[in-house]
Design a protein around this ligand. Structure first.
Ligand SMILES: [Zn+2]
Length: 307
């Protein structure tokens, strides 16, 4: 199953990319290696490869159908992008748009695109290359972006110097991401830059959850008695659900990211909201509960496993 229904909202998973993407000690420099081994029985094989110590994840888009409209949550890596700082993401030629079509979504059908933040792996399909120009992939969509991220990553404001996997080229990648995947949709007049909060419709809304980036946000689904939280990169590996104080080398502000993660996971546990981390492989989403001062995973969503 790649579509589930929560209340009156259909949620479809469209996977763009699935791979081991970075050694665990690089991504989680502060995590005790024992944490991985102690949880190996369920982290492997979907989320961690114990032989190579690599973190495994997806780039994927969540397609929501709500109140007659089609909403995309994050747009993955995109094709033809130049990413010298992260070569595995450079010059991709995936069939993502065909997969989206197989899920019943033509580009012109998309009404709203939500970028949970403006990293390369969340904005890629915002645009595509047509005759040498980056144009909005979803010509009729409103692209909903937190102003805090738009301003932070905008090269015109003087560019941040850190916060990526690969030292020297990281700064260049951030500039390229903005120029090829964010600026073109803004120039086309298709963006809404929001502050404080943003309501998409009667069942879906956005709220800030800063730290990973200044404008990182969470999409909240409340429909009937059903709840879900699309939490972007508050969690990269489900290890961070059971060890919520583990943050990654990718955060702009690790302490703030950890506070946001704890706050949102507490709410998920207390309101029985299904948790959708952006990159979760396996079954794609998790039910969580409080356990001691941490959290435990009580179940997985019924999406087909990726792997
Ligand atoms: Zn990400």
């Amino acid at each position: 199953m790649q579509t589930i229904t929560l209340g009156a909202v259909d949620i479809t998973r469209v996977v763009e990319w699935h791979a081991p993407f970075v050694p665990a000690p690089v991504m989680f420099p502060d995590a005790d290696p024992r944490m991985w081994r102690d949880n190996a029985s369920w982290l492997a094989p979907d989320f961690w490869d114990p032989r190579t110590d690599q973190v495994i994840g997806n780039a994927q888009t969540w397609v929501l159908r709500s109140e007659g409209r089609t909403i995309l949550v994050d747009t993955g890596l995109g094709n033809d992008k130049d990413r010298p700082g992260t070569p595995p993401w450079s010059g991709l030629r995936t069939d993502f748009l065909d997969r989206l079509l197989a899920a019943g979504v033509r580009p012109e059908d998309v009404d709203v695109v939500v970028n949970t933040h403006l990293h390369a792996d969340h904005v890629g399909w915002n645009t595509r290359l047509v005759d040498g120009e980056w144009v909005p992939t979803f010509p009729n969509a409103t692209y909903v972006i937190a102003r805090a991220d738009f301003d932070y990553w905008n090269p015109a404001n003087g560019h941040p110097k850190r916060g990526a996997l690969a030292g020297a080229d990281a700064e260049g990648d951030h500039r390229l991401v903005f120029e090829d995947s964010v600026a073109p949709v803004h120039r086309a007049g298709r963006t809404v830059l929001w502050e404080g909060g943003y309501r998409i419709d009667g069942q879906l809304s956005l709220e800030p959850a800063p730290g990973h980036t200044p404008g990182s946000c969470v999409l909240r689904l409340e429909s009937g008695s059903e709840r879900a939280l699309f939490i972007g990169d508050l969690v990269h590996s489900p290890l961070q659900i059971v060890e919520p104080d583990c943050d990654t080398c990718l955060s702009e502000d690790q302490a703030q990211a950890t506070r946001s993660r704890r706050r949102i996971l507490e709410r998920a546990a207390d309101t029985k909201a299904l948790v959708f981390p952006a990159h979760l492989a396996g079954h794609g989403a998790a039910e969580v509960r409080r356990e001691g001062g941490k959290f435990a995973i009580s179940g997985w969503a019924p999406f087909e496993r990726t792997g």
